[in-house]
Design a protein around this ligand. Structure first.
Ligand SMILES: [Zn+2]
Length: 468
């Protein structure tokens, strides 16, 4: 009989992230903008490894890979070495890929590290710099196509490969990990995950007691959850007796298909790349990169909690969106109502509107927050003004004036509404004396009748009415 532990799922990911902020490829001066080109236009003798050519390492790529390594809490090597990974495949013009390796004397750019998700650490084994192969396309599907087409424009593009330990336990967790990884890398400004194929993923999946199956070619993070769920179900059906093999994720049919039995490491005949010197990074240079790096998401969230006393959940949401947090930082220089501002930014804006420059200026925004603080408008009205300003492009202050938004501060008027509400609900009035929920319900009913009323004032007057 199968036990729970026998069915335990272990997933390790290998994420390939293109350094899309680079202008040129990793070892030559070919343009890295392969997406807008005709096939095989952006290639040169170096990309092809023709006799007499030598690769020259892109220094910026090393800097970016170092940034990613530090952001993922990795230990950056002072001296890393490039290796040749030899294999024959049509997408590889040289017959080998210049990569890094962590065995047989190989040292990748960084080792260890972790990504914190939902109270758990996903450990990172290594981070390495390598070149992307070309791009193959098939007529129809990979197993039925009579031929494949190859475009070498992508061959030689700088990739950072991030390899995790098998710490992930289901498809959803993989998705959460990848989203966190992506936002962390994007916040560094070195890679744009929106671009097609800029972040790809291979997954190693095993059910406890079963063989390790590698699923390749998951071309976007969106597909990862689907591919993993399919593969876990497939292996469960084999009762953990799945063969050790490499499978291909077929997006169109949403299934994995067997490609080949899994290569062993010795099949790649790794050896040090003789045409490239080791990458030497003095501790001072690594520190320099660290100092110049934009603040990471986790660091930013804890700064918000510590310096501004913003609640941890709100701080996390704010820090997760680069456009929103940059905006908040500007507002925080102008005004000290941090919690109010953070809540209003997270609840009232979208990152898109922010990056398109359609949002209110920080000065206008702060003016609006001051109106809430002085009780001249309600929080709900402020949100309304922000939304309308986004929609129409009118300044926020103008919207407040035109819509005649103002909080009813006349306590007599609010008291009259309270009388009307409690008269219609005498039983709620009696309950509200001892029951918080009934009290909040009555406040809500008053606000429904008079949306301009300040919730705080309503609560104060209602409490007074209860004592009668
Ligand atoms: Zn080239």
């Amino acid at each position: 009989m199968q036990t729970e532990s026998r069915l335990r799922v272990k997933i390790g990911l290998e994420v390939h992230c293109q350094l899309t902020a680079l202008k040129t490829k990793l070892f030559c001066s070919c343009s890295s903008d392969y997406r807008s080109s005709e096939p095989n236009e952006k290639i040169c003798p170096v990309c092809f490894g023709l006799p007499g050519t030598l690769p020259v390492l892109n220094a910026k790529a090393v800097e970016y890979a170092t940034m990613i390594s530090l952001a993922l809490n990795g230990t950056v090597a002072n001296r890393s070495i490039f290796y040749r990974k030899n294999y024959f495949y049509p997408d590889l013009p040289k017959g080998f890929q210049i990569s890094q390796y962590d065995k047989a004397g190989g040292v990748p750019i960084a080792s260890s590290g972790f990504v914190q998700i939902e109270g758990k650490k996903v450990r990172i084994t290594r981070i390495q710099l390598e070149e992307d192969p070309g791009k193959l396309s098939y007529e129809g599907t990979i197993d039925k196509s009579s031929h494949s087409l190859v475009d070498y424009n992508r061959a030689g593009i700088a990739l950072v490969e991030i390899v995790t330990e098998p710490d992930i336990e289901d498809a959803r967790e993989a998705k959460v990990f990848l989203e966190k990884l992506r936002s962390t890398i994007e916040s560094l400004g070195v890679s744009n995950g929106e671009l097609d194929g800029a972040m790809r993923c291979d997954a190693n999946i095993s059910l406890a007691g079963g063989a390790r199956v590698e699923v390749k070619n998951i071309s976007s993070f969106k597909e990862v959850e689907k591919a993993l769920n399919y593969e876990i179900l497939r292996q469960r059906t084999f009762s953990g007796n799945a063969a050790s093999e490499t499978r291909h994720w077929d997006e169109r049919r949403s299934i994995t298909i067997a490609l080949r039995s899994k290569e062993e490491e010795q099949d790649y005949r790794y050896f040090p790349e003789p045409d490239l010197r080791p990458v030497v990074l003095e501790p001072g240079a690594i520190d320099g990169v660290r100092k110049a790096m934009p603040e990471g998401e986790d660091a930013k969230a804890s700064r918000y909690t510590k310096d501004f006393r913003i609640s941890p959940q709100l701080a996390k949401e704010l820090a997760a969106d680069k456009a929103l947090s940059t905006y908040f930082d500007k507002c925080a220089e102008l005004h000290h109502g941090y919690q109010e501002m953070a809540g209003l930014i997270v609840g009232g804006f979208s990152g898109d509107a922010m990056s398109e420059g359609r949002a209110a200026t920080p000065e206008e925004f702060v003016e609006l927050v001051r109106m809430i603080e002085s009780s001249s408008i309600t929080r709900a009205q402020a949100k309304e003004a922000l939304r309308e300003s986004l929609r129409t492009g009118k300044p926020v202050r103008k919207v407040v004036e035109l819509r005649n938004l103002s909080a009813v501060v006349d306590e007599g008027a609010i008291a009259a509404v309270i009388e009307k509400v409690v008269a219609a609900r005498p039983e709620a009035l009696a309950e509200a004396r001892s029951d918080k929920k009934a009290f909040s319900y009555l406040v809500g009913q008053v606000l429904k009748e008079e949306p301009k009323a300040q919730p705080g004032v309503v609560a104060k007057l209602l409490a007074r009415r209860l004592r009668k």
